[in-house]
Structures are given as structure tokens and as C-alpha cells.
Design a protein around this ligand. Sequence first.
Ligand SMILES: [Zn+2]
Length: 678
Amino acid sequence: MSRFEIKAKDGLSRLGVFTTTHGKVTTPLFMPVVHPAKSVISPSSLVEEFGFQMVITNSYIINSKEKFKAKALDEGVHSLLGFDGPIMTDSGTFQMYVHELPEEEIDPLEIVRFQREIGSDIGTILDVFSDPKVGRLKVEQDMYLSLERARMSVGEKGEMLLAGTVQGGVYTDLREKSASALAAMDFDVHPIGGVVPLMERYRYADVVRAVLASKKYLPVDRPVHLFGCGHPVFFSIAALLGCDFFDSASYAKFAEAGRMLLPSGTVHLEQLRELPCECPVCSTTTVEDLSGLSKDEQDLALMKHNLYITAAEMRRVRNAISKGKLLELASARARSHPSLYEALQVLMDSYDQIERMDPVADGTSIFYTGPETARHPALIRFHKKLMDRYPYRKTETLVMIPSRGSRPFSDTDPTIIDEARKRRPEELILLFVTPMGAIPWELEHVHPAQQCLFPDRIDDFTIQSAQKRLQQFIDSVSFKSGVWLSRDAPTDKLLEGINALASIDRVVSASDVKERLPEPRSEIKDWTVRKMTALLSVQWGITEVSRMNLDSMSFTFSRATGKIRHVSRNGEILFTVVPSTGLLAPTYKGGLEILKAGVHEDYIVRMAEDAAEFVAKGKSALAKFVAHANSELRAGEEVLVVDTEDELLGVGRAVLSGSEMMVFNKGVAVAIRHSKRP
Ligand SMILES: [Zn+2]
């Protein structure tokens, strides 16, 4: 049974809680490597002074030194380290590789048994480390040998949690093979092994490929551990990839070489005029003072600095995940080194894999950071839903307005908006052309249309992406005439590249636009119904919105913004428009309406019989009681929770994705907002 629970997500990252015998830890987390006996900074001060939650030590070193071994077997590894928090142990794989030890040096089963006997919270199998220099054949052999050992080791774990390491070098197909074989075994954590030499050579892009390939097959309810990753500059990118555990001895090794870790790279004490950060060490001393210290004292000071920096960056990562801002943090870090920039772009190439796990945001702003923003999961998702579900596809006139960045877009052209309100979709479709692509007027308040902030100067890749999305939208609509309101905006130049069957007139003023519109055929200001229809179609994939009888609904509007706030029928509220996302949150009654209207299967979560009563009373829908959820359901969506007979129990927001709901046996699947019997 898994010990992992997800509290928040962003990209592939997870803010999680992992339960060990010696307490719960919050992920992503960094474990400082400690020596079994001669740690300069004790494990308990690593927790108390620096805020780390778990440490990792090497069972091979303990096992090979008689006095450590005897004490560990006698009193346990916690007593040996003088620490009663969670301890992970490594098996000696890396020592075998670094010191080129003979194969008989460590017995793979013996070392797993030993870790169990000394009471390690999480033990690690003895896998085979492939040097990046050896060819594919050797890497493949090593990978299969590691799998064989993994298979044997699992039976030895007993009560201990066990980490099964993914190998396969830089060969993504081998990583995939290794990960899918390990997924079928009873492991609790999955380290990604063999990446330290890659990181040392700044081959971060290869690390990204190896992790992405592994993540495709690893069970989502087990933490992934990026073995040996100790430089804070890579934490945010690695977390965005879905790495939950990190560990390293770099903080000490770098200090011994006079090097200071920073979130933006590494500096050497000798090359500094002033100390570069705000940690307690740098704030209370100077370069001269540090340089004047004895070697041991200087090492200790730099070690402390490195630990403060490491801990702080991990806190930043966790914070960013909870705010949906991890891509922005990773983008900033990626600017620290060209190889990190490349790694981030390689990561964004796999936008489909990221988008599947990324939660639908609760209104977070998205700041443009560079070309990666064009592939932000929220932007990709908006465009996909628009293409698949926007209900209006045939019109007389398609009006396109390049956005100048100020929002709401409609405020920049009140004249055109007034005209649009007097016409039906068959007569006029209004499109804002923005750096994130085409945004129809009806959806301008939907996240992330309102929340995306672009500067006036944007890169070519983003412009090309916007162009492609606009073209796709234009191709999907049939119209008799097109009007383009040309103005000083970064997206104005997109018109030049547009292919369209109907002609598109470039005009320069709102009155020019008005002249080209068909006469308003009715004075009915049915834009509210028009907007609701678009929302219901796009948000929940309801194909026959007309069955919901929108004419019988009444709408209340925000006095300040003019946006729809509540949708009711006969005095009962059916939907509230969430101000930060522009999306509809149904009440129980509203949930019944959309269930009846034929909501897309993705938005239905079916509970097992014995949990139905709890949800009906308004309790959270727990993952372990979910009988069915579609794999296409994204976390963060508004969903309907039903029983096995499709009776509506409650409505709420999905905390996990559909595929996670089916796997996790800990934590909340849907936070219920309204229920059958409140
Ligand atoms: Zn410092």
C-alpha cells in the first residue's frame, strides 16, 4: 500500500506527503547525505537549523566498517546517527562505480537484508550503475541485471520501504523498459539512477529525457527520486519533471573545494569581492574573514551556506507548486546556463505528457518568460478545448481584433462589442488575436485568457505558435467575409501569414468594422445566452446545450465588472461564475442540470457503493473509494460525483487527475462543494 498522498500539483510536479515509520515528510524534499559516523553537521541540526526533513546515509559504508556495523545491528541506524527522524539508506551502487570495486564486493541480497535489519526507513536495492561512456550494449546488460536484482530484492524488504532504481543510461527506450518492469514490482520509491555523471557534464537535457521516459511508466503513487541531484539550480526543472526526492553530498564536496552553491549557479570564494547571498553565514561575515579562517572552519562555513541555499530553494519549489508557478521559477533558473535552457526546452517539447498531469489552475496568473510560455499547459489546453468544443462554426462575418495586452480585451473596443451584442453568432463571430492564440469574445474571461501577461515584444516562436493556433481556428469556421482591425499590437503582423477561403479586409477603425457588418436582424440582446452556451460547451463538452433551456434561466451580474455572477432558475442558484477563472461552478441543482444535458464522461467520477453515503452528506470523495474516473480527467476540473447507479451525490473540484484517482489509495480525489444532503 502506498504511503504517498498528493496535496497540490503543477506540471508533472507534486506537493505531497510521504509517510515513513519515523514520521511524515513533505515533498519535493532534499536529503543531505550524511556519513554514518563523522558527519560535520549532525542529522538533528540538519533538521533543526536548516529545516531538512530526512537524511540519507550509506549502508555499504556502515556494513564495511566493523564498529559501525556492530552498533547499527545492535541499536539500529537511528541510534548510530543519533537521529530519530526518517532515514533513507543507499546500497553502495555508486561506490562500486566510483571505486571500480569488483562485483563480489557487495552481495545484492545481503545488502538489502542488512538495511532492513538496521531499521532503515527506506532501503535501496544494489543496482548496476552504467557509466555514460560505455556503449548501448553494456548499458542494456546492466539494466537487465539491475532488474533481476530488483526482482530478488523485493522479497527481502519486509516492513522496510524499498527503492527500486531505474537504469538505462541515456537510452530512453531502455529507461522505459526498466521503469515499466519495476512498476510491476512492489517498490515504494523509484530513484532515477546513473544521472550524476550526466549532471557533472552539464548534460541536463539528457537527464530530462531519461526522467520523462521513466515517468511515463512509473506508478503515479510512488515518489520519484533523482539520485545524486544536489545543485539547487536544477531543483525547479527536476521538480517540474515530477521528481519528488533529491539527495547529494555536494553541499560538503563543493565547500571543501571553496565553492558556494547559489540558486543561479556556483561561485568560488576566491573570485568574490563580497559574499553573494542573504543566508546567516553571508550576512554576518565577509570574504576576507572567511579567507582568513582555517581550512576546517572555512569548509564548515561554506557547507552551512550551501545547506541554507539548498533548503531555501526547495522551499521555493514547494511554494511555487502550491501557487501554480513552478514553470515560471524553472524558466528563471533555466536562464542561468545554456545547458539548463536547453533542458527546459527539451522538457517543454513533451508538452502533451506535462499537460495530462497539470492541474486546471484556480486562476493563477501566467507571466510570459520566453518561448516556453507558448507551450504552457494552460495555453495548450485552452486552445484544444476551443478547437474541439467551441459551439459556433458558421457565421456571416468574422471580426478579428489584435489584442494590445490590456484586459478585458472587450474594454478596448466598446463600439464593436455593442454591435456584437446586437447580433447572433450566425451573423458575427468576434475574435481577439493574442500572443496565446485566438480568443473568442464569449470566452475572454476564461482562464488563462485573462491571466496571461505578455510584453509588447515577444519572441518569434511565440508569434509562430499564435499564428498556428489562429490559422487552425479560422480553418474551423466558415464565414462569408473577414474583417481585421489593424492596430499597433504585437499580433497585428499575424494577418500577413493567414490563409483563408473568404477574403479578409484590413481596416483601421471601429467605424470601418461597423460598416462591414450585416444589419442587425434583431434587437434581442441574447449575448448572455450566447456566452453561457459557449461556456457550457467548452467547459464540460455539453453538445446539446439547447436542452438546458437557457431562456428560462435568470442571470445576475457583477456591478463592478459587468460579468455574469450567478445563474438561477425559479430563484434557485444553478451556477456561480468563479471570478478568478471565469468558469462555472455548479450547485447540486446545477449539477443535476448538466448531468441531464449530457455532460462529457470525463467529468463524471463514480464512487464505490460503500462511500456513496459519505459523499452525499458532503464529505470529500476519497481516492480509495473511486470506482471509476476517466483517464482524460484533469485535476482541478469541476466534476460530478455519482454512485454506481449514476445518481448524483455531489459536485466539486477534482484534486487528482482521473488516472491518479484510479491508482491512489490515500488522499482526497474530489473536494465536494455541494452535495445531495448537505
Ligand atoms: Zn550565504
